[in-house]
Design a protein around this ligand. Sequence first.
Ligand SMILES: NC(=O)c1ccc[n+]([C@@H]2O[C@H](COP(=O)([O-])OP(=O)(O)OC[C@H]3O[C@@H](n4cnc5c(N)ncnc54)[C@H](O)[C@@H]3O)[C@@H](O)[C@H]2O)c1
Length: 335
Amino acid sequence: MSKLLVTGGAGFIGANFIRYWLSKYSQDSIVNLDKLTYAGHPENLLSLEKSSRYSFIKGDITNKADVDSAIKNVDIVVHFAAESHVDRSIEDPMTFIKTNVLGTGVLLDACLRQGRKRFHHVSTDEVYGELGPRDLPFNEKSPLNPRSPYAASKAGSDLIVKTYYTAYGLPVTITNCANNYGQYQDSEKLIPRFITKLLSNNKVPLMSEGENIRSWLAVVDHCRAIDIVLKKGKIGETYCVGGEEKTNLEITKSILKILEKDDLWIDFVWNRAVNDFRYALDDSKIRKLGWKPKHDFEHWLKDTVEWYKNNKWWWKKSSLKQSFIDFKRTFLHNN
Ligand SMILES: NC(=O)c1ccc[n+]([C@@H]2O[C@H](COP(=O)([O-])OP(=O)(O)OC[C@H]3O[C@@H](n4cnc5c(N)ncnc54)[C@H](O)[C@@H]3O)[C@@H](O)[C@H]2O)c1
């Protein structure tokens, strides 16, 4: 019977993780510490509000008092809270540095002071930088080479986590994961953005020719990966969690096909200042722990589209806000 502190549990992956964990481990309980930024949606966990095994604290991971009170009596910390959008990081890097670097430090420090808590840090493949078309996938030994303020702030947090193991023996693990997709993802990210645009009868803004390649993993498979690392991972170690490689154009075409629309719904737009060409991960290390993805891309993408179709109430407001941001970015780019 464990008590977990999940940070950023009102966000996309955090909310999926809380649902996953509470339904799998019926004796465990979870405290969710979330600042509720634009990316935090408390309604993601509405159905858990009455559960005695779930509680929510509105607070900031960069605030020592908030963290100290949330972490009391907790056995394990699973750290998702972050500023997570690359475009925003290029526009406002300081917020990313504060939340992702300082916030992680505040959490680690509290873990150390309050009884050497088990700490799992959720990170991204973007810390390794970009690959060329024929390069071998990154693995845990690849040098960190971040190219956006988002990726740099996550790389910084990864390094700090490691030093709390080497310098203080704090029991930490890290997962660096590929792009996730699934239900409850904010419409600023590629897949939900394109789905919600098309469901609102708007064209999808695809950067450049859509040639950039990302690896994609169903969010539930990411939750399973964190679970296995918490149960079987070696303390102090990092695990890469990979996905299926697809170009952004392939993703777009798959979504169009599911929604029975043609290529005329694609609007090819300007490219942002930093748009890494390709991400891919060699995840053989975590596979040795017994993990492998259960959900194939085409099938799970269909389920995701279906969820957005059936849950317009969830995304309507944020997708309107996103359309305004898209308009502003295009205006600034063209002028
Ligand atoms: N989305 C992906 O594809 C992906 C892939 C690999 C790794 N990750 C990592 O997984 C984690 C979660 O990603 P996500 O997509 O769910 O992000 P998200 O943006 O959907 O959610 C982030 C959550 O953190 C909260 N938050 C932000 N600043 C906070 C602060 N100062 N204090 C407390 N809470 C704060 C937000 O309110 C939100 O609920 C991040 O650390 C991200 O770097 C994401």
